[in-house]
Design a protein around this ligand. Structure first.
Ligand SMILES: *Cc1c(COP(=O)(O)O)cnc(C)c1O
Length: 399
């Protein structure tokens, strides 16, 4: 459209309608709060979707970003990038991983994990394995391979033909895993907490047996930590709760405090699978992105924010459980650290918009679950305020 007078055109007409957007334009953020273009303030219990784990515009990360903006924005990955090396070392020093590939998003991090798993089997072990097993209700992204890996039909409609070599099975059922693996199975990927799927926690015994089964059959275990990582669950990475070590895990959302960046983190044995020319990304791990990653991890680790998230999460869950006890509309409050779901008897979309009117931002996880993802520095007073709004709103649904 060449007409320059587009102001009168309906809001968002120039965008493809990929999102069901709320009619709110947020223009400023600080800590746990956001403001819209009308000056209304919101208490943010979404954090993007588990992205702004340090709150909005965290000071130290912002300083690192501004400093880097003055120095250098971009160089090709054909050169050494010191920030990228430092950021990778911070990740490996604080995890079970040994080598990192930086991407720009979660889906790309998972794509890198799939490619690494296949290539390790096909080029290092020379066994021709390619199949990736994932779980029903999982969510792994929106690119063709990652939507294929996602165990939900709704993300696949109209996108056929899908890439081959993916298989889904029910979670927390070790018999189903045993039945599904074959001499073609390269890897099994799971979320320790299925987030988009409804805040469903993997069973610890299942995870332990799954890891043993993978080990016994030389199948790579990949953990998608894109939503659960960076301290949110009360540990830096959710796999730490389960006493297992994935061969590969993926990060994005909280990794850059709001700056777009993702990563696939692999164990030593996988290093040789990706030689020069085997994978790449123009923008993966730029000096700017990795300056932000460095500052983010330094803050999370240095300030012991996973521990804070564990304490705040315990308080949030116990307050919700006690205030919502006896409300027949509420079926369960569950979560780990600051990834929390309130499962209700019916769809909760109207509660999300009612909460917005009361100045609280929360989101769904599947139709019937209200998902709470406050930042890791959330205060008990802010938790009290959110719980009070939700308790009052949900009282209206009690029958
Ligand atoms: C958000 C998410 C992704 C996809 O990340 P994008 O950055 O949107 O591509 C993948 N897996 C999980 C578990 C997620 O929460």
């Amino acid at each position: 459209m060449s007409d320059t007078n587009t102001a009168a055109v309906d809001a968002g007409q120039s965008l493809l309608p990929t999102y069901g957007r709320f009619p709110i334009a947020l223009v400023k953020g600080e800590g746990s709060y956001l403001w819209d273009d009308q000056g209304k303030r919101y208490l943010d219990f979404m954090s993007g979707i588990a992205v702004t784990n340090l709150g909005h515009a965290p000071r130290k990360v912002k300083e690192a970003l501004v400093k880097q903006l003055d120095e250098l924005w971009h160089v090709s990955n054909l050169f050494r990038i010191p920030n990228q090396e430092d950021a990778a070392r911070l990740i490996t020093e604080n995890s079970c991983g040994d080598a990192v590939f930086f991407s720009n998003s979660g889906a790309e991090a998972n794509e890198a994990a799939f490619k690494l798993a296949r290539r390790y089997n096909q080029k290092v072990l020379n066994n021709g394995r390619y199949e990736i097993i994932t779980f029903e209700q999982s969510f792994h992204g929106r690119t063709l391979a990652t939507l294929t890996a996602t165990g939900q039909e709704k993300v696949k409609e109209g996108f056929a033909p899908l890439p081959e070599g993916f298989k889904y099975i029910p979670i927390n059922d070790i018999g189903a895993v045993e039945a599904a693996i074959s001499d073609k199975t390269a890897a099994i990927m799971l979320e320790m907490i299925q987030a988009e799927g409804g805040i469903l926690l993997a069973d610890p015994q299942f995870v332990k047996e799954l890891a043993q089964l993978c080990e016994k059959n030389s199948i790579l275990l990949i953990v998608d930590e894109i939503q659960t990582g960076m301290g949110r669950t009360g540990k830096l990475f959710a796999y730490e709760h389960y006493g297992i070590e994935p061969d590969i895990f993926t990060l994005a959302k909280g990794l850059g405090s709001g700056f777009p960046v993702g990563a696939a983190v692999a164990k030593e044995k996988l290093r040789e699978a990706f030689g020069p020319g085997s994978h790449g990304s123009t923008f993966g791990g730029t000096p700017i992105a990795t300056a932000v990653v460095k500052a983010t991890i330094e803050e999370i680790v240095g300030e012991k924010l996973p521990q804070r998230a564990a304490e705040a999460g315990e308080y949030l869950i116990s307050e919700l459980r006690s205030k919502l006890a006896g409300n027949s509309f509420v079926k369960e409050v569950r979560g780990l650290g600051l990834i929390v779901g309130i499962e209700c008897a019916e769809p909760v979309a109207s509660i999300i918009t009612a909460a917005q009117e009361q100045g609280l931002l929360v989101i769904t996880a599947g139709p019937n679950v209200i998902r709470l993802l406050p930042n890791l520095l959330v205060t008990n007073e802010e938790i009290d305020a959110a719980v009070a709004i939700l308790t009052e709103l949900l009282a209206g649904y009690h029958r």
